[in-house]
Design a binder for this molecule. Structure first.
Ligand code: 0O2
Length: 240
């Protein structure tokens, strides 16, 4: 086979394909009607994302208040750190595709529970349950779903307590209830989850290496659970 036959497209065809692609983008994605469509639809999307950001602010403040007030009683801060994010557009679109969600804002609000995400990193496992129950006891928080992957870990070894809640945000002329996903973990569980998350993006590993790493991580997750409980027992004794 000569070099030209070996190429995916013969030389001339490659050039004309790239010209065709550029013409398509100019005529369709850069057409006045498409740009008008983008402009018209961007504002409601930006507004919805701003509402989710407001909900994150409300929820974060609640955790900061709980941490401050409990720190006096416990003589330490039960919350190590709080990390928040509004889901990126590409991650949102992937989830909509996976869950076959209709392409409109109402469907996003109804079906995607983690557009707003708050991660509360606690020092010890029992802090997680104390903070979570104090948060849920607040009369403006509505629990939508609770998944306890600490008591019932995922097959990967993933451990965290997940709450989907609704929180009101107060706007100029209205009150709106927004969904927020709250994930509670210890520092060690968070360390594990960040590393394991990276494994999901490593698609180039041979299957036997991917399996060996997954087994190794599952084992680490069990050791982390044991370590968290041992550290908690030490803390209890120090406190006595
Ligand atoms: P990202 O990039 O973190 O946002 P849902 O998809 O939320 O409707 P599901 O799949 O039942 O329903 O949600 P689940 O099990 O409560 O998990 C949601 C989130 O928990 C994930 O978000 C991850 O952040 C985290 N998570 C769940 N399982 C694992 C795991 O095995 N390893 C790690 N590292 N994280 C996990 P996303 O949207 O998948 O991803």
């Amino acid at each position: 086979m000569n070099e030209e036959e070996n190429m995916l497209f013969p030389v001339g065809m490659e050039n004309s394909l790239s010209t065709y692609r550029e013409d398509f983008v100019r005529e369709n994605l850069m057409s006045d009607s498409f740009l008008d469509f983008v402009e018209e639809n961007t504002k409601p999307i930006d507004q919805l994302f701003a509402y989710y950001q407001c909900a994150i602010m409300e929820v974060e403040t609640k955790f900061r208040v709980l941490d401050e007030s409990l720190s006096v009683e416990l003589e330490r801060n039960p919350i190590e750190s709080i990390k928040s994010r509004v889901k990126s557009v590409d991650s949102l679109l992937r989830k909509m595709r996976k869950k076959n969600v209709a392409l409109n804002l109402a469907a996003i609000e109804e079906n995607i529970n983690d557009v707003a995400g708050v991660r509360v990193i606690c020092s010890f496992p029992d802090d997680i349950y104390e903070i979570a129950s104090a948060f849920l006891a607040q009369d403006d928080i509505t629990l939508i779903a609770r998944k306890d992957y600490i008591k019932d870990p995922k097959p990967s070894g993933y451990r965290s307590l997940h709450l989907i809640v609704e929180v009101p945000i107060f706007l100029k002329d209205e009150k709106r209830n927004m969904k927020v996903e709250v994930q509670f973990r210890t520092i060690a569980m968070d360390f594990w989850a960040s590393l394991e998350h990276k494994l999901h993006y490593k698609h180039d590993l041979p299957p036997e290496r991917a399996k060996a790493l997954a087994d190794e991580l599952r084992d680490c997750a069990e050791r982390i659970e044991e370590l968290d409980l041992r550290m908690q027992a030490v803390r209890n004794e120090c406190h006595e």
